[in-house]
Design a protein around this ligand. Structure first.
Ligand SMILES: Nc1nc(=O)c2c([nH]1)NC[C@@H]1CN(c3ccc(C(=O)N[C@@H](CCC(=O)O)C(=O)O)cc3)C=[N+]21
Length: 363
């Protein structure tokens, strides 16, 4: 493209220069016998100057055209480049908005929304997530309360702690960090949380509401995923969405949310036959299976949108997704990375739900 412009400009310039120089020469020979040498000199000078001026103008315009046009190679590459959607950046924007909202509440003399996180035991991953949640609360000015119970805590003790939190008017949201130690009954624990404080959206009342299309608390990761898809400007209505994974925390609720957006949804799981073929039909692929780098380019349709929900630790303790990012990145329109993708959105939605719980309690 650049070369073509330069060539055309040079040709134009040569043609115009030849015409003007020819005219000047013709004028020179026609008038040199009638006029004084000074006048003839001026005529020739004007001819040469005009030629130069036009030359400079032509090359100026060409340089401008080159600057405006991207190199052909660059354009091809741009078309192929996948959009990498950083949840961490979206989360920051949303947190700034929440921060302002909370500051405004404070000015109005209203209560500061407060999240209570209950952690049982010392599972390193859980401790790290809980710390992240506390940090995020501080960042936006939410109140946070942490209840750390030891590994041997009994079911009765845990249930009584939840009951206290349910009754405590200064607590708006309750989150019990999962998984719980094996001797505890997770279902009974989650079902004991007041549905109006269930900011994780796991209580059957909230699960039921989601599946009936009623307003209630929606689990944080699925909510964050929909938010990211909206940022990718992907039209969900009428599209094929495939979710890999059927957990209550991610797979099931995200499938329902995608259906609410009028996508046609398929859920795949460990027993699914021909899983690659099904995934390859997906315009939107959400991967929450919990196997590091499980999804390779053989699963991904050219130009698809891929959401990686995986949080796996490799041998070096580094966080890796369920998608083999490097393998698929050239095949997709947009993809979320791990870390800095879905994870930060999950925490942000938890903050959002906590503010919502507080607002609900005021009306
Ligand atoms: N009741 C309950 N609710 C949950 O929402 C819940 C849970 N239990 N148990 C565990 C999973 C996992 N989870 C994550 C949250 C944030 C990041 C996150 O922020 N990750 C960062 C990096 C964090 C790091 O490097 O350790 C990132 O992806 O960039 C990841 C994972 C919430 N979970």
């Amino acid at each position: 493209m650049k070369k073509k412009i330069v060539r055309t400009a040079t040709l134009c310039f040569v043609a115009v220069a030849l015409i003007i120089l020819g005219l000047t020469a013709y004028t020179y020979f026609s008038i040199k016998d009638y006029l004084s040498p000074q006048t003839v000199f001026v005529v020739v000078l004007v001819g040469v100057v005009v030629t130069f001026a036009i030359g400079i103008a032509i090359f100026g315009v060409s340089a401008f055209a080159i600057a405006m046009q991207k190199d052909e190679q660059e354009q091809v590459e741009e078309k192929k480049m996948a959009q990498i959607v950083y949840g961490s950046e979206v989360a920051k924007e949303l947190k700034d908005e929440m921060k302002m909202k909370i500051a405004k509440r404070e000015d109005e003399g209203k209560r500061i929304p407060t999240l209570c996180v209950i952690l049982v035991g010392n599972n390193p991953a859980s401790v790290s997530y809980v710390t992240g949640k506390e940090k995020a609360c501080k960042e936006v000015g939410l109140g946070s309360k942490m209840i750390h119970l030891d590994e041997e805590t009994t079911q009765e003790k845990l249930l009584s702690v939840i009951k206290e939190c349910n009754e405590d008017k200064s607590i708006d949201g309750i989150l019990v960090q999962l998984p719980l130690p094996k001797h505890l009954n997770e279902k009974e624990v989650v079902w004991a949380i007041d549905p109006n404080k269930d900011v994780d959206g796991l209580h059957p009342i909230n699960v039921g509401k989601l599946h009936l299309g009623e307003k209630g608390f929606v689990p944080c990761t699925p909510q964050g995923i929909i938010e990211l898809l909206k940022r990718m400007n992907v039209e969900l209505s009428g599209k094929r969405a495939v979710v890999i994974g059927r957990s209550n925390l991610v797979g099931n609720p995200v499938a329902r949310l995608l259906m609410n957006e009028n996508a046609t949804v398929t859920i795949c799981h460990s027993k699914t036959e021909n899983i690659q073929t099904i995934c390859k039909e997906a315009d939107i692929l959400v991967v929450a299976i919990g196997k590091a780098k499980y999804v390779t380019k053989d699963f991904v349709k050219e130009g698809a949108y891929v959401i990686d929900v995986g949080v796996n630790r490799n041998d070096e303790g580094k966080l890796v997704g369920d998608v083999d990012f490097d393998d698929v990145v050239d095949h997709v329109t947009a993809i979320t990375p791990v870390p800095k993708g879905v994870g930060p959105m999950t925490i942000t939605m938890l903050l959002k739900n906590t503010i919502e719980a507080c607002e609900n309690s005021e009306v």
